[in-house]
Design a protein around this ligand. Structure first.
Ligand SMILES: NC(=O)c1ccc[n+]([C@@H]2O[C@H](COP(=O)([O-])OP(=O)(O)OC[C@H]3O[C@@H](n4cnc5c(N)ncnc54)[C@H](O)[C@@H]3O)[C@@H](O)[C@H]2O)c1
Ligand SMILES: O=C(O)C1=N[C@H](C(=O)O)CCC1
Length: 267
């Protein structure tokens, strides 16, 4: 039985991951933690996430519960996930990181730590979006000229990072398929007399409104037609299920830096 530790247990994703673990086979919730001072610290998991039979107490830090499990599932904040990986890696614990919004320097540190640790990092753990990454790259290769690429993402009003990690990954895989440098062709806002659209640019636009769980649209706009691929998350359980699947998968892998396409066998 794989023993999992869930970070950010009082958060939107942490709660759903704990629910998905309760229904999963071969893996069990061994410990859960939140940040010091969070109202969930000291509560039982049952009280905090609505699973009345679970009497496990929510800890106030990873350090308190690190020996309890072999894999940590962390959907928190970039600097927090990185701090947790710095603790997990030397202790021989695997990590599944769903957090988005890492800087280039933070990503580089995660990659370096993964040389001596097992890490899955993915901005979106749903099956549909990971298939979308693959399909978007394939379409871009076929429609490599004469089609304008625009990505539109929409999320709830509480989301902190923009554009979403998923939209950034879509832009990266499409730019790679088109052999374009995203740092040069990415356009993240438009206003005023900006002149006509360039052929090479990849537009990435952000919507924040209400309780939208997560929507991503890629538009390949041609003359006389356009092709759109859309993913809509109806709730957070598809991400949480993916995180549990990644935790089951990663414990048997060699040290390394993996993403959800590795977990799903989509490469
Ligand atoms: N990869 C995916 O599939 C996916 C899906 C949804 C959300 N996300 C990402 O996951 C992250 C969290 O999203 P959310 O909607 O659950 O946010 P949230 O704000 O509801 O939850 C984050 C939780 O982390 C906790 N936290 C902060 N510092 C901590 C610390 N030091 N130790 C322990 N816990 C700490 C917060 O108190 C909070 O409860 C975001 O980066 C989001 O973009 C990824
Ligand atoms: O709710 C969020 O925050 C989400 N973030 C991810 C992203 O940034 O791509 C995935 C979907 C939900």
């Amino acid at each position: 039985m794989i023993k999992a530790i869930v970070g950010g247990a009082g958060g939107r994703m942490g709660g759903r991951i704990i629910h998905m673990l309760a229904g999963a086979e071969g893996i069990v919730l061994a410990a859960a933690f939140e940040k010091p001072g969070h109202p969930a610290v000291g509560q039982t998991v049952g009280e905090a996430v609505g699973l009345p039979d679970n009497k496990l107490k929510i800890a106030g830090s990873l350090a308190e519960v690190l020996p309890e499990g072999e894999v940590i599932i962390d959907f928190t904040h970039p600097e927090v996930s990185l701090k947790h990986l710095r603790q997990a890696a030397p202790a021989g614990k695997a990590m599944v990181i769903g957090t988005t919004g890492f800087s280039a320097a933070q990503l580089e540190e995660i990659r370096n730590l993964s040389k001596s640790a097992r890490v899955v990092l993915a901005p979106n753990m749903s099956v549909g979006v990971n298939l979308m990454f693959k399909v978007a790259a394939d379409i871009a290769q076929v429609l490599s000229s004469g089609y304008d690429v625009e990505i539109v993402e929409a999320h709830h009003r509480l989301k902190k990072d923009a554009p979403s990690g998923t939209a950034m990954k879509l832009a990266q895989v499409i730019a790679a398929a088109l052999e374009r440098d995203l740092d040069k062709v990415g356009v993240y806002e438009r206003k005023g007399m900006i002149g006509q659209r360039t052929d090479a640019e990849i537009g990435i636009q952000t919507v924040r409104a209400g309780d939208i769980v997560g929507e991503h649209t890629v538009i390949f706009g041609g003359i006389g037609e356009r092709l759109e691929i859309i993913h809509r998350a109806h709730n957070r359980d598809n991400f949480a299920r993916g995180a549990v699947r990644a935790a089951q998968w990663i414990v048997g892998q060699p040290f390394g830096f993996y993403d959800m396409q590795d977990v799903l066998g989509l490469k």
